[in-house]
Design a protein around this ligand. Structure first.
Ligand SMILES: Cc1cc2nc3c(=O)[nH]c(=O)nc-3n(C[C@H](O)[C@H](O)[C@H](O)COP(=O)(O)OP(=O)(O)OC[C@H]3O[C@@H](n4cnc5c(N)ncnc54)[C@H](O)[C@@H]3O)c2cc1C
Ligand SMILES: *[C@@H]1O[C@H](CO)[C@@H](O)[C@H](O)[C@H]1NC(C)=O
Ligand SMILES: *[C@@H]1O[C@H](CO)[C@@H](O)[C@H](O)[C@H]1NC(C)=O
Ligand SMILES: *[C@@H]1O[C@H](CO)[C@@H](O)[C@H](O)[C@H]1NC(C)=O
Ligand SMILES: *[C@@H]1O[C@H](CO)[C@@H](O)[C@H](O)[C@H]1NC(C)=O
Length: 386
């Protein structure tokens, strides 16, 4: 375990209780500390929000993506710092340590349990939304992406430069690069290209001492850790350098829906043998949901596919490897990769690619969610019991 992680945890978590830390003194202390590191006080007063600033609440709520943590009883940060440049991140880390307040790092705010903006101890949010530049180098087939960018902005930027490049990451466009990639990042290109972290070739992180380190400077241990181990345990990720992947000009998507009455459980059972073995240009996601048909409670299985190729090639793959699905030509929809991104994110056909630049998305749900990995097959009666 890198030493910096131990330092980070022990120095930033303090024994203060909420009642002993007043926001105004923390504000003054932080501003004083930040200003002492540079010569300009004004600079920092523009990027620190206390509950007395009218923008504090909207800024806090902008990247709350789970309504469970959008209540009046949810503990609020003493301050929100919104860095405009990398050195703001460095000084904020040093000063949070100095004044003894926990620092929470937020990029897209999609953490299931809100841990980027909720805490049990007095805390400050370092909100990365201003640091979101994306530089695509098509000749080199790489991209530097700052952590405050969203996955949707990344997909959009790639598409603007090339129609035959993509990046393997998740399907929800409003997720932040900072949390998504440091946690792994899986999506519908995973069978062919692996996780997002399998395609990260460099990174920039600010460590607990406020140093900016790239891959070479941080060493392979830490570089390994911030590709799946979660960023916030190790420092603040400023940016990742990504290896872009090739996608064909035409891909094919489909959505096949079956209910229990259509013998969906046979199909689901079979899918378990097929999904990870069929041609790796084909990814098939399975969604199981309760539904009601003709006043009867039943189960609906939705098979959503992405194939890196045209529909004729797809049909020969499914006929040979998963004939039970009964995929028909008229269920196959050919489109560009960027349109498939919109399809997978549930936008209607014809929606403009610009929607990927909408950082807020729709209004979020009130949810509890957990992911797991199946290592053994679910038997047919198990599926029907479910
Ligand atoms: C609706 C929804 C759909 C999802 N779909 C997918 C999917 O298709 N595939 C998938 O793999 N995952 C998916 N996820 C999970 C998602 O990838 C994780 O929740 C991810 O951590 C979100 O990143 P974020 O930056 O938006 O979150 P945040 O809440 O901002 O951060 C999450 C964690 O990362 C830390 N962190 C954030 N930024 C930084 C940084 N710059 N440096 C260091 N640490 C940082 C935070 O402190 C926190 O611990 C989904 C989540 C939601 C809510
Ligand atoms: C918050 O309020 C203080 C005090 O009025 C002000 O000096 C500061 O500039 C405000 N911060 C922002 C980011 O607007
Ligand atoms: C949070 O609550 C406010 C009302 O207090 C509402 O305007 C906002 O849309 C909510 N945001 C989320 C993410 O639920
Ligand atoms: C479901 O399976 C049973 C038994 O194999 C079969 O008799 C029936 O026709 C099937 N129903 C459908 C809709 O395929
Ligand atoms: C999307 O809409 C366009 C225009 O309405 C149509 O030509 C095209 O076939 C549709 N594509 C799909 C995949 O439904």
């Amino acid at each position: 375990m890198p030493v910096s992680m131990l330092l980070f945890l022990s120095l930033l978590c303090t024994p203060f209780s909420f009642s002993t830390v007043a926001t105004d003194s923390v504000y003054d202390n932080l501003l004083h500390c930040l200003s002492s590191k540079t010569n300009s006080k004004d600079q920092f007063s523009k990027i620190i929000y206390s509950p007395f600033n009218s923008s504090y609440t909207p800024i806090l709520q902008d990247y709350i993506r789970n309504r469970r943590f959008n209540t009046s009883t949810t503990r609020k940060p003493l301050l929100i710092v919104t860095p405009l440049k990398e050195s703001d991140v460095q000084t904020t880390i040093i000063c949070a340590k100095q004044i003894g307040v926990q620092l929470k790092i937020r990029s897209g705010g999609h953490d299931y349990e809100g841990i980027s903006y909720v805490s049990n101890v007095p805390f400050i949010i370092l909100d990365m939304f201003n640091l979101r530049s994306i530089n695509i180098d098509i000749k080199d087939e790489t991209a530097w992406v700052q952590s405050g960018a969203t996955v949707g902005e990344l997909y959009y930027s790639i598409w603007q430069k090339s129609k035959v490049h993509g990046f393997p990451a998740g399907i929800c466009p409003t997720m932040g690069i900072g949390g998504h990639i440091s946690g792994g990042g899986y999506g519908n290109l995973l069978r062919k290209y692996g996780l997002s972290v399998d395609n990260v070739i460099d990174a920039q992180i600010v460590d607990v001492k406020g140093r900016i380190l790239d891959r070479k400077a941080m060493g392979e241990d830490l570089f390994w850790a911030i590709r799946g181990g979660g960023g916030a345990s190790f420092g603040v990720v400023l940016a990742y350098k990504l290896k872009l992947v090739p996608v064909p000009p035409v891909v094919t998507v489909f959505r096949v829906i079956k209910t229990l009455e259509d013998n969906a459980s046979d199909l689901i059972y079979k899918w378990q043998f097929v999904a990870n073995k069929i041609d790796n240009n084909l990814f098939i996601r399975l969604l199981l949901q309760p539904t009601t048909i003709k006043n009867k409670d039943t189960m609906r299985a939705t098979f959503i596919g992405l194939f890196l190729g045209d529909s004729n090639s797809l049909l020969s793959v499914t006929k040979a490897g998963f004939p039970e699905l009964g995929l028909a030509k008229q269920e196959c929809m050919e489109m560009s990769w960027i349109q498939s991104v919109l399809f997978w994110a549930n936008f209607d056909n014809g929606t403009s690619e610009n929607v990927l630049l909408d950082r807020k998305g729709g209004s979020p749900n009130f949810f509890k969610r957990k992911s797991d990995y199946l290592k053994t097959l679910i038997p047919k009666d198990g599926l029907e019991g479910l």
